[in-house]
Design a protein around this ligand. Sequence first.
Ligand code: UD2
Length: 309
Amino acid sequence: MKKALITGGAGFIGSNLADKLVEDGYDVTIVDDLSMGLISNIPDSKDIHFYEKSITDYTFMEKILIENNFDYIYLLAAIASVADTIERPYSSHLVNQEANIRILEVIRKNNLKPKRVIFSSSAAVYGNEPTLPKKETSSISPESPYAIDKFATERFVINYGKLYGINTAATRFFNVYGPKQNPHSPYSGVISIISKSLKSKETFTIFGDGEQTRDFVYIDDVVNALIILSNNDDAIHNVYNVATGHSVTLNEMINVFEKISGNHLNLKKDKERVGDIKFSKADVTALIGLGYSSNFDINDGLKKYWESL
Ligand code: UD2
């Protein structure tokens, strides 16, 4: 039985990945301190082993890594809110960077040989530099502590791989949406916030004119991308945008969502969010080269998401 570790496995992306790995017959260990994740996200299965621990508990992490000798390691635990990292740059750094490097150190010093270690980086690394679409080779401009830690850790992960012979890879997620994204956090993705407003008839606040664009990618595409990166050796020591390669404006997305749900969204406008990126879109040619295709455009993704709710 293949053994996988998912840090942040009670979170949005991690728990969806856990669902898929369990379905595919993996033995899955989840480490999550439940600071953002929810225990209810974790699939109920005898093949899941859940530890309510922070990845900054180095003694625990070392023990679990050595004892289990995982085949696949998914580094998804993070302080995922950009705003939160601006409030507490050092304590978030300890999670978003330091703890991940400690994991790499345990792997290096104990000569562990996982088939893959995948770190989740972010489109945030591209910052406000306006050239689109973003390729993995585009210039980067990490501006928040979040983006700086994501970029630096991504480099550590890739180069630890090259220097010490570890099979590492990294993803740069664009705007991921789908089931299990916690809509109650003010920093949650805009689509989950809108879904909550559509259901409860609460007013949704749109920041700016709604003409900002995003490359919204459905969670099933993201999980599929993680599986491809796990199984295709060409992915080793490379970083990949994970997105659809298409973008829509917020206004367009809201239109589609209203049609699908059959509900009207009560809207109010507020000023543009400080530091908001106006336009975003990924080039996913590199990931397509590994066999990926995005199966959910915004229409299909929102439909599946709404049905799941
Ligand atoms: C995404 C990531 C963030 C970081 C960033 C890098 C998510 C949830 N966040 O931020 O972690 O990687 O990309 O660029 O994926 N909006 C509203 N009303 C709301 C909430 C949001 O109008 O109540 C707008 C917001 O101002 C932005 C757009 O919707 O223009 C998308 O916001 P978001 O928070 O979902 O994602 P983003 O792209 O700011």
